[in-house]
Every structure is written in C-alpha cells, then in structure tokens.
Design a protein around this ligand. Structure first.
Ligand SMILES: CCCCCCCC/C=C\CCCCCCCC(=O)NCC(=O)O
Length: 564
C-alpha cells in the first residue's frame, strides 16, 4: 500500500478504490481471480511475442552470417583456377578424380577450389547451401602433408545440415538451434575426414527434416536444377540439388521416410539408404529422439553407383565401430558386389496406396528389361495391401508422441506450411494411435513381408523411386501420401538404393488422362504432371537387411546397360 501510494497519485488511488468500498467477499474473489487469470494470459502473450521476436532475430542473424561467409569464400576462391582448369576437374567422375588425386596429377587444394567456386555458382541459382565450412582450405593443405593417402584423399564432400561438425550449428531450419555449435564432429564425419575427405559445405533441409519439401523460414526454398519452378524433394534436397547442378561430387544425407531417395528421384541423382546401424548415427543432430520403431539411416549421394560404393567402402572400416561400438564391423563385401550369380528379383509398378504416374511405371519396366536381358529372373511381387500397411505403420511410428516434439521444435518460430501439414497429420488422438498400433501389429507386418521374400526366394525387389517426379514449388504437402513408396523400406529396415533410369516423355503424360483421381492428393499429382517432360525418373532397388552390396550390384548392372 505504501508503495502504491508513492507511485500512484492520491486522487487516482481513491478513484480506483471506490468500487471496492461497497464490494462483498464474492466480488473480491472474482476480481482477484480475474486479475490472476488476466495477468497470466497477459504475461504468456508477452512471453510469446518476445520469444517470437527473439527467434526472428536469430533467423535473420544466422542467414546474414551464412551469406557473408559465402561471399567471403567467393572472393577467396576468385582467380585460384582458370575456368577451363575448373571445368576439367568438375567433369571428372569420382573414380577418375580419385585416380588423379592419388597420382598427384592434381592437388586436394585445386579440387577444393574448383568445387567451392562451382557450389557458389550453383547456389545462386538453386539456393541449396546453408554455409561453407571455412576450415576446408586448411584441411586440404593439411592432408597434402600426410605421409599416407586415404581412399578419399582430397575428395571434397558436401554434408546435409544435420551432420554435426565441431564449431557449427545444425539448425535444421529451426531458429531455436541457432548459436548452438557442436563441440565435436559426428562419428561419420570423423571417419570420412580420417579417410582424407574434405567437408566443404553444409546443405539445406526442410524445417525439422520431417517433410519432403526442402524449404524453411531461415534459408528459404531450394529449387530443382531441371526446372527451377519445381522443388527438389527432401529432406536431403540441398544435397541432391547441389550434386545435380555439378557443385558437389559426393554428398551425404539421412533418411527416415525417404529423405535420401525422394530428392534423388526429383533431381536424377544416385542415393543409398543403408540398413539402420550399418553406418553410425552417433553425434548427429537428433530429431524425433524417442522414436525407435523406424530409425534414420545415413548414406551417400552421388553421380553414379561407383561413387556410392567408394563411400560405403570408406565408411565400413574398423574405425567406425571403434568410435561407435554399437555399429558392427562389417567391411564392404566386394565379392557380393562383383558376383555374377543369377538373381531372382521381384518387381511392382503400384504399391496399392498411392498411384504412381505412368513415367514411374515405365522406368521400372525398363529396369526390369535390363535385368532380364542379363539372365536374371524377374517376377511380379504383390504383397497384399503393402502400401497401405506400410504407410499406416510409418505414420503410427512417427506419431508416437502425437507430433508433440515437432510442435515443440518450432514453437514460437515461423513455421513452414508443409511442416504445419505434417504436424496436423501426426497429431492423431492417442486412442486412435493405440487402436491402429494394435490392429496393425508392426512386428508381424515386418516379419510377414520378410517371410514372403524368403518363401519366394527373392534376392531383391525393384519398384518406382517415388509416386511422381518433381512437383512445383510449395506443393509437396498436397501430395503427402506419395511418401508410401519410400517409407515402406524404412519400416522394413531394408537397404534401398535409388537410381535415375529415364526422363518423363510426352507419351507418359498422354497416359495421365487415365490416371485415377482417388482423392485430393491424386488430383494434385495429375495436375502437376503437366509440363513435367524432361524431369528425371528414378527406380528403387531394395534387398533384405545388411545387403547393401547386393543393392549396389543390381543398381550398377542397370546403370551399365542404360549407358550402352
Ligand atoms: C490412411 C493413411 C493416412 C496417411 C497419412 C499420411 C501422413 C503422412 C505424414 C507425414 C509425412 C512425413 C513425410 C516424411 C518425409 C521423410 C523425411 C525424412 O526421411 N526425414 C528424416 C531425415 O531426413 O533423416
């Protein structure tokens, strides 16, 4: 009271206290309650506005820091190589580049300069980079001094934003992760560096990575090199845009529902999602931490199958298991990769959940023809309702917490519309989740698919790389369900590769008039296939767990005969 009398003028105090003089106890309680409630709401509102403002500021600062670092790099590399020297390096495939590096015909510093300047050029058109790794030049000079050359000696590599590096944030497009640099490299990064690789850029992802549209409120939208009005898929979309644009020769991504394979399909790049635990996830920026039914796998992306083989060989070394003892030491088996044994391969054109467009079907049929002409037996494989069962299992696994973690990650932040849609879809009421979990029987589904493969004697399966090629920017959320083609193999935890087999032709789109418009998702895909001629179309190759070498062997056979 004493304090009030000092702060508020006397007349005003009397005026304010007047209604209270005649009030009864009930009125006092009501006023008290209203004051507490009002105060609570007011302070929550103020806190929300302040958090929102702070996060907006963080986004702005981070973007400007990354853009300045890119500008600095651009001026640093300017003139280090002539454009013809640069193009000579860029046009080498990874195997050729490694031969030249090992023979000391070119130096790691020259190769790095070539890719740094090309990546900056590609980024201006596609917006695929987050930031450059400023220590890359020093590291290139340091490896030049080493007495031994590792298998990735001097190879510049690009890393998806969730690959943690000492001194760098992994923001995943979320402002709350700005200015939280990691104190250590992830195990996978340590191993790659030990093998001589030079991480030189971090690439863009969808906000939280649980979406397949590579855009976020901090770094914006990544565009497709084949048609800049279209998206790149996700979540490793920054990687595939950069690789397809020529700005990286070897990249690394992650995949919990298709994040390596979806953007590989959209950009015509080669990618491998290994079995979970073949490659360490220790130290990586986590997302959906408590979710263990369907786990994120980490794998390579490149311009040919050999690049994926080189990367897998370099990673499957004792060092990986020493640094992360949860990873069994399983060296890359060249015998399986080079084997000439005739195989029994299943194929399907539709998964029964989301209708794949004709171009995707044609790609599988072309791959099938190649495999048959090599003497393999290729038979139709139809597991009942595989698309629906796989999709429901995937969604139930991801929504174990009703979308709460995703919601927390972006609380107060600007939220990308594709992520908003995902959160909505994952916010399934607990009783529905419990009921579906019970009906689906996750373990039984996995076991029964595997038993079916074993009973039929299948070595592998080929199927569409996705339901459709790249969609226009900002439309992925209109076709969310098409993720059934990739997420199935996360649910099953089968190693799966994706490789470009063909491009959309006008005959494919003529057949779109018979495309079944089952719902709004299919209506959107039908509409967006107009004008898609020329876009890349991938096929997936899947095998039973731990058979990455077999997947890569089949991919290599298809790639070899496509080039003939
Ligand atoms: C009757 C069936 C209803 C289906 C409802 C569909 C709901 C789809 C929900 C969420 C879509 C999530 C897309 C995830 C894309 C995969 C991204 C990914 O792999 N990220 C992980 C990573 O990058 O490591």
């Amino acid at each position: 009271m004493w304090l009030l009398q000092r702060v508020i003028p006397n007349d005003l105090l009397i005026w304010l206290a007047h209604p209270l003089q005649n009030a009864n106890n009930f009125t006092y309680c009501a006023i008290g309650l209203a004051t507490v409630l009002g105060g609570g709401i007011f302070s929550t509102l103020i806190r929300y506005v302040l958090v929102k403002r702070e996060l907006a500021q963080k986004r702005k600062e981070k973007l400007s820091k990354c853009q300045n670092a890119l500008k600095q790099l651009e001026s640093d590399v300017l003139g280090t190589l002539s454009s013809s020297e640069r193009e000579k390096i860029i046009k080498l495939d990874l195997s050729q580049l490694i031969i030249k590096l090992q023979a000391e015909e070119i130096t790691p510093s020259q190769v790095l300069s070539a890719y740094q300047s090309k990546a900056i050029e590609v980024n201006k058109q596609l917006n695929c980079l987050v930031e450059p790794i400023t220590e890359a030049s020093e590291q290139a000079k340091a490896v030049e001094q080493l007495p031994e050359k590792g298998p990735l000696y001097g190879v510049p590599i690009s890393l998806k934003d969730n690959y943690s590096l000492k001194g760098y944030d992994c923001t995943l497009g979320c402002a709350r992760f700005v200015n939280l640099p990691y104190s250590k490299d992830a195990v996978i990064v340590q191993v790659l560096k030990k093998q001589g690789a030079i991480p030189f850029v971090k690439t863009n992802v969808p906000q939280t990575m649980i979406s397949w549209e590579t855009t976020n409120p901090m770094f914006g939208m990544t565009r497709n090199p084949y048609d800049t009005t279209r998206g790149v898929g996700g979540s490793s979309g920054g990687e595939t845009a950069l690789i397809a644009g020529g700005g990286s020769i070897l990249g690394f991504g992650s995949d919990v529902g298709g994040s390596i394979r979806i953007p590989a399909n959209m950009c015509g790049v080669y990618g491998l999602k290994p079995t979970d635990m073949r490659i360490s996830n220790k130290g990586m920026a986590p997302i959906l931490k408590g979710q263990t039914c369907v786990c994120s796998s980490y794998g390579p992306l490149g311009k040919d199958v050999d690049s994926l083989v080189i990367a897998m060989k370099a990673m499957c070394v004792p060092e990986m298991s020493l640094l992360d003892p949860t990873i069994p030491y399983k060296p890359f088996n060249m015998e399986v990769f080079e084997s000439k044994r005739k195989l029994k391969i299943g194929f399907y054109l539709q998964d029964g959940f989301f209708h794949a467009v004709p171009a995707m079907e044609r790609a599988v049929l072309e791959a099938k023809q190649i495999l048959e002409s090599r003497g393999h037996e290729v038979m139709e494989w139809n597991y009942p309702n595989i698309g629906l069962k796989g999709m429901l299992t995937f969604v139930i696994s991801l929504s174990g917490d009703g979308g709460e973690e995703l919601f927390e990650l972006v609380h107060g932040d600007a939220v990308d519309s594709s992520l908003k849609n995902t959160i909505r879809l994952l916010s399934i009421p607990k009783f529905v989740r419990k009921f579906l979990g019970f009906v689906l029987n996750f373990i039984e589904f996995k076991e029964s698919v595997t038993n079916d493969w074993i009973d039929k004697g299948l070595d592998a399966v080929i199927c569409p790389g996705f339901a459709c090629p790249a969609l226009p920017l900002n439309t992925a959320l209109l076709a969310t369900g098409s993720v059934s083609y990739t997420s199935l193999y996360n649910v099953l935890n089968y190693p799966t590769g994706s490789l470009p087999v063909t491009k959309v032709i006008s005959e494919d789109n003529e057949k779109m008039k018979n495309y079944p418009v089952k719902d709004l998702w299919h209506r959107a895909v039908k509409k967006f296939m107009r004008g898609s001629e020329g876009l890349p179309v991938n096929v997936q190759v899947a095998a039973l767990p731990w058979q990455e070498e077999l997947v890569l062997r089949i991919m290599k056979e298809i790639q070899t005969d496509l080039k003939k």
